[in-house]
Design a protein around this ligand. Structure first.
Ligand SMILES: *Cc1c(COP(=O)(O)O)cnc(C)c1O
Length: 418
């Protein structure tokens, strides 16, 4: 049950900062070693990815994004400490954070199908050969998505030779649907929201033994793929000689939809940095699904429709009414909290990222920019800092920019006009 005051704030679409009381969750079932396995799989698959993804040709096939200095953005927003942009909008091929989870799950499926067809499992690079591509053609990946997960699954599936079917709500961006069709994926449109699209995909896959359904609401393979980001970020911080400790903590701001991507990343960061990292989720005021779920306990699923919200937001990648229970359960003991963001501020953040950093983001990806202010300039934020001994001046603030890499210029220009 949501407390009356919080329920009122949420239903009035008033931006808010919610601090997680952080109960330990005993019913957590996600196995920590799944993250090691995912990291190892990405390492082994480099040989395949470097041969099938154009921008990775000639590289070792590492799927990773740069960690960029964001000092001009910090200055513009009058922030404290050091600011970095974790530029997942620059993830290869997919242009979003969904490359992390999505590619991992496609690779697991490729491995599984290849083993069934007699592959010895020694050299992933072999699977780039024509004989394997034509065998993969009789297999299909199916996914339901607000857009970016579909692009991640669809584009890598097609690059490896698999068929791909992506279920989307009718109001998902037209350019995302077109891009998928251009790359040879099948797009199925549904009236109704993201959850309806997921449900339809799940049903379609059940009736086809040569299909694999990528379940955004429940998949541990997606979650493990996202979590690999923790050790990758740690390496990048070491390379840039940035110390992380209790005295110089990392504060990370992550846009959140169903909770899988930011949840997996938080899980992986906590594995590496423990109490020296503090993760915050950003959710649109119309779709605070993880906030509502964590604040009401985990016994029964909660939807933002129950709170009287409509789940309509410019941040279409975050338009999710009901949280992933896998993510919510893992976040109960790990997440610092959630802040909500009004749609009106998103075009300003996009403009700042463009003007100050020259980076082209999508609205969902800029939602985290609201975070540092919540901590520095509100009573609730300041008292959280005090209680957790976080000095914002000596912290490293990481804004996770989760998508926008494939957005057409004319669509981006429309957003800038606001
Ligand atoms: C999917 C997505 C998110 C959030 O990920 P969830 O797993 O849905 O919480 C954030 N930003 C962008 C751009 C996304 O596409």
């Amino acid at each position: 049950m949501l407390k009356t005051h919080l329920l009122d704030t949420l239903s009035r679409r008033e931006p808010t900062l919610w601090i997680n009381p952080r109960h330990d969750m005993l019913q957590e079932t996600f196995p920590p070693e799944a993250v090691d396995q995912a990291a190892d799989r990405f390492d082994r698959a480099g040989a395949l990815l470097s041969r099938t993804i154009e921008v990775l040709k000639g590289s070792d096939g590492l799927v990773e994004s740069p960690l960029l200095d964001a000092e001009p953005l910090r200055a513009a927003l009058d922030g404290k400490g050091r600011w970095l942009l974790k530029a997942d909008h620059r993830m290869p091929l997919a242009g979003s954070v969904k490359a992390r989870g999505g590619f991992h799950e496609v690779l697991v499926y490729a491995e599984r199908v290849a083993h069934r067809l007699g592959w010895d499992g020694k050299d992933f690079g072999e699977l780039a050969g024509d004989q394997w591509r034509s065998r993969f053609e009789s297999h299909r990946l199916i996914v339901g998505s607000t857009g970016n997960l579909g692009i991640s699954i669809g584009l890598l599936s097609r690059a490896l030779g698999f068929k791909a079917q992506v279920h989307m709500s009718r109001d998902a961006s037209e350019w995302k649907k077109q891009l998928l069709r251009d790359k040879g994926a099948e797009v199925v449109e549904h009236s109704g929201d993201y959850a309806k699209a997921v449900q339809a995909g799940r049903r379609e896959a059940e009736s086809d033994p040569a299909a694999h359904f990528v379940d955004d609401e429940r998949s541990e393979l997606l979650f493990a793929g996202y979590a690999v980001a923790g050790r990758r970020l740690a390496e990048q911080l070491t390379d840039q000689r940035i110390e992380v400790s209790r005295e110089r903590p990392l504060v990370v701001y992550l846009p959140c939809g169903v909770g899988g991507a930011p949840g997996g990343i938080t899980y992986g960061l906590k594995q590496v940095f423990g109490d020296s990292v503090h993760c915050w989720f950003a959710e649109p005021v119309a779709s605070p699904s993880v906030l509502a779920q964590l604040a009401s306990g985990l016994e029964t699923p909660v939807s933002v429709y129950d709170v009287g919200l409509d789940n309509q937001t410019l941040a279409d990648g975050l338009a999710v009414a009901q949280a992933s229970m896998l993510a919510a359960t893992c976040m109960a003991s790990r997440l610092a909290g959630v802040f909500t963001v009004a749609d009106e501020s998103l075009p300003d953040y996009l403009r700042l990222a463009w003007d100050k950093l020259g980076e082209r983001l999508e609205p969902s990806a800029a939602a985290g920019f609201a975070g540092p202010r919540w901590l520095a300039e509100t009573e609730a934020g300041r008292s959280w800092c005090k209680a957790n001994e976080v000095n914002l001046d000596s912290a490293t603030h990481v804004l996770w920019s989760t998508g926008g890499g494939l957005v057409p210029a004319e669509v981006f220009d429309e957003w800038l006009q606001g």
